[in-house]
Design a binder for this molecule. Structure first.
Ligand code: SF4
Length: 439
């Protein structure tokens, strides 16, 4: 496809009606499911990935029990083939009060927030991700992250629409240049699901499409700035772009000699794992070294479908790291975070960052204390595998960049020794010859 044709394609990806024939060429008819039972399932906070595909004849198209029952109840006419088509998932996102009301028993507050929404971050969730929501409990962690409540309409002290000052560090539209050697390229404003705590809620889901001219200007800036060695492609969610557009974008960036390293930030494997198709993998694996940072919030997102999506990415040689926003009443306790980190390692994703929630407008109901974050790190460091311990950071308001937050393991020094505290609170001394010189 020529660049012109490619970039003239609509911004919103799920417009095509055709099935991914590569992926579904071997799809089987619907299997019978004697144990399927009726939705809703008992919701298990302790559920761990089952890794048991219910379609043994088509092992590449995992559908969990939970998704299957949800589909049978709310989308009885929809085939497994369509359910596993990411375009179908995107086209049929729940967006309106009526959509949500069909699958969830809404509280008055949720209903009011969904009905009131007219501007700002839209509501949106794929049917797949909706199948993970508790139909009756408004306090279920995943449901709190995706269903709007009235707290979104309150502006508390210290909150801002652009708390990180990204717009002030944007030399061209769609590009943030905050650190000397790397940039953030906002490749789309579309997401398969809209997280209610999104740092870029001022721009994602809006009608301000990031099209041909913006992307070309951003690429030209990178090409003309030799100090840039690392490009993070984000948005919106870049993995919702179609293969042709992604192929073009990655190809243009990879062709710039001083760009050593490409990264993509995405929540797709959590919200629409069906998107990780062989044809997408074929595109991605052309552009190594390519790393992907995956956004996960809670262990209940680690389903058989998501495990399979991550396995496909990892098998393509793409290193996977996780990013998690610390959210009140969602994941702000050590047990939940430990389960999330352990489950991520099991699906070959290395826990990377836990972020303090950015003070975006209407986020006070999500934000929790720095102490809660430090308690989580204290509960992990030394108590579990080192790979399962991410770095807790605060992204400094105003554009100061990420600042790591660490429990204090260094007590001071005495007589040539550092005084240290280990994970059990026991004291140790470490001799350091340079301390003698300090007196
Ligand atoms: S997937 Fe990322 S960009 Fe999209 S709404 Fe969620 S946090 Fe924002």
């Amino acid at each position: 496809m020529s660049k012109e044709n490619l970039l003239d394609t609509p911004e919103e990806p799920p417009s095509g009606g055709s099935l991914d024939r590569t992926l579904f060429a071997n799809a089987e008819p619907e299997p019978s499911r004697p144990n399927a039972g009726a939705y809703p399932l008992p919701y298990s906070q302790n559920s761990s990935p089952g890794f048991s595909p219910l379609l043994p004849a088509v092992p590449r198209l995992t559908v969990s029990d939970r998704s299957h029952r949800f589909r049978k109840m709310f989308y009885p006419q929809v085939t497994t083939r369509d359910w596993n088509n990411w375009r179908w998932q995107s086209r049929n996102r729940l967006k309106t009060l009526e959509d949500f009301e069909r699958v969830l028993t809404l509280t008055g507050e949720e209903r009011e927030a969904l009905g009131r929404f007219r501007h700002g971050l839209p509501a949106g969730v794929t049917p797949y991700y909706a199948s993970l929501l508790d139909p009756v409990d408004p306090n279920q962690p995943l449901r709190k992250t995706i269903v709007p409540v009235m707290g979104e309409f309150l502006r508390s002290p210290g909150e801002a629409d652009d708390p990180l000052g990204e717009d002030g560090h944007s030399p061209v539209p769609g590009l943030v240049h905050r650190y000397p050697d790397r940039v953030l390229l906002l490749a789309t404003s579309f997401c398969a699901a809209y997280c209610r705590y999104c740092t870029r809620s001022r721009m994602v889901g809006g009608s301000d499409a990031i099209g041909r001219s913006k992307l070309e200007a951003a690429i030209a800036y990178i090409r003309n700035t030799p100090a840039i060695r690392d490009v993070l492609i984000s948005g919106g969610d870049p993995l919702t772009l179609d293969e042709n557009r992604l192929d073009w974008l990655l190809g243009e960036l990879r062709a710039i000699p001083h760009v050593e390293f490409l990264r993509i930030g995405s929540k797709v494997p959590a919200v629409v794992p069906q998107r990780i198709t062989p044809s997408l993998i074929k595109v991605l694996r052309k552009y190594h070294p390519l790393w992907i940072s995956l956004h996960f919030t809670h262990p209940d997102e680690i389903t058989p479908e998501t495990a399979e999506a991550c396995e496909r990415l990892a098998d393509a040689g793409i290193p996977l790291g996780s990013q998690t926003v610390l959210l009140k009443g969602v994941n702000d306790n050590p047990d939940t975070m430990k389960r999330l980190m352990h489950n991520l390692l099991k699906i070959r994703v290395r826990p990377y960052y836990i972020y303090m929630c950015d003070p975006i407008t209407g986020s006070s109901h999500f934000r929790t204390s720095v102490d809660a974050g430090l308690d989580i790190i204290r509960s992990l460091r030394g108590h579990t595998t080192g790979y399962a311990v991410p770095t807790l950071v605060v992204d400094a308001p105003g554009g100061g960049g990420k600042i790591p937050l660490l429990p204090n393991y260094l007590e001071g020094h005495d007589n040539g020794d550092w005084l240290l505290t280990n994970f059990e609170g026991k004291s140790y001394r470490y001799p350091d010859p340079s301390l003698k010189d300090r007196g």
